[in-house]
Design a protein around this ligand. Sequence first.
Ligand SMILES: [Zn+2]
Length: 488
Amino acid sequence: MRFLIVSFDGLRPDLVAPDLTPNLCRLQAYGITLSNHRTVYPSETRSAFPSFVTGSTTSRHGMVGNKYVDRSVTPSRYIDTADEVLLRKLDLESGGRLMSTQTLGEILASDGRSLAVLATNSPGTTRFFHHKAEDFRQVRLSGHFRGACTPDDLLAEAEELLGPLLPDPPSTEPDKAGQDWITSAFLEVVWPKYRPDVTVLSYGEPDITSHFHGTGAEATRSIIAHCDRQFGRVLDWWEAEGRAEGVQVIAISDHGHITGQTQVSVVDSLRRAGYRPGTAPALDVDVVVVPGQVGALYLADPSDERVARIVATITGEPWCGPVFTQAKNETEGIAPGSLGKHLVFIDHSRAPDVSFSFRANDSIDPFGLVGGTFYEDNLCLGVHGGLHPKELAALGIIAGSAFPAAGSVSTTPSGICDFAPTILHLLRIAQPGSMTGRVLTEIVEPRHKAAPEIRSEAFDVGLGRFRQVLRRVHVGPSTYIESGTAEG
Ligand SMILES: [Zn+2]
């Protein structure tokens, strides 16, 4: 049995439809659609894909956001995980502890099996899919970034057959050529030459185009249709050859998108409140505001009193959504008005002192899609990172001989952490204890297993007029975050 995971970065599952994505719909007819499927918090690419490869939440793998402050060194340093050279350096410097848990690539390699990666995402995201591929002499190909590719002779062979890697287009221009190149590289080079046990084919779109043009914009719909056509080439191969060779196909996305409505500046708000904020650690900075759609505040003095003071400041702002700090008890954080970080599984040593989302709502955007929010980045129209259900919603479709209920829909809650345990289970490889995801028994063995027990819960806390509510759902041993809302 082999696995092919095809990822569409930032694709909202409610955009899957016969007119826009006929090939994803073709896969749905063969397989099972996970209709109650979610990513992790924060709903950022370089937290979600580490969760995919480790089968665990942010609190376990330690990739607490696309960017974070590393306080394990003096002076503290700002880390942008889009930089794959930096990721490699951090991993080597730490004796292989860039991620705090084992990844799918490492687990497969220790069992004598292979993981191959082909991706058009950022160089850092591409590395995250198999960050030690070179150590195991396995395949990691980027559609744009030579430095993220290994081994060299495979890249040379692919370029000779398919043409040279093309530069990453400007962010405002949908990336069509990159998707074509990696699809061809899989079909014409990697599969015929290596027949990997597990392959990740990751389209970096529609995420970039959705950021710069809007989630339902014509340009975004056009690149979704383009990625779907490339996926159609993969499905043609699967029907002709892959399926008979035992390949299971899993289509995923890492998060959704909602629409940025009102732009704010957290740095300006904090400066007005008397802080000395900055976007990277420096001597004259008392709070680092990590740029991005999920708020991360690292204080120079993270005492309980200082954390409480800054939470009191931000919860008085109209843009402030759910807020999390170090746990004080089973529910609350140390700062009044905040919930404990553990409830959203970000309690790792790299996590910020204060993590917050921008306040979101269920308004209908100009494209007819649900979900709007305050936002910070001045270039973005579509955004993600927070706890709106449409940011957390992710694509999940599974098809192949291991999943018997063809053409069906599973409404049992599931998440991005569940794929690695399910793949290992089907390959009969032991699942490490670090994994927080679960084997999707309801679709692997639907006739033999009792339906898993499902239990919902809500946590609410307030400060003055500010109130926030976090909703979660448990399925067996796993917990999924459904939403976080705030008002006041
Ligand atoms: Zn993403």
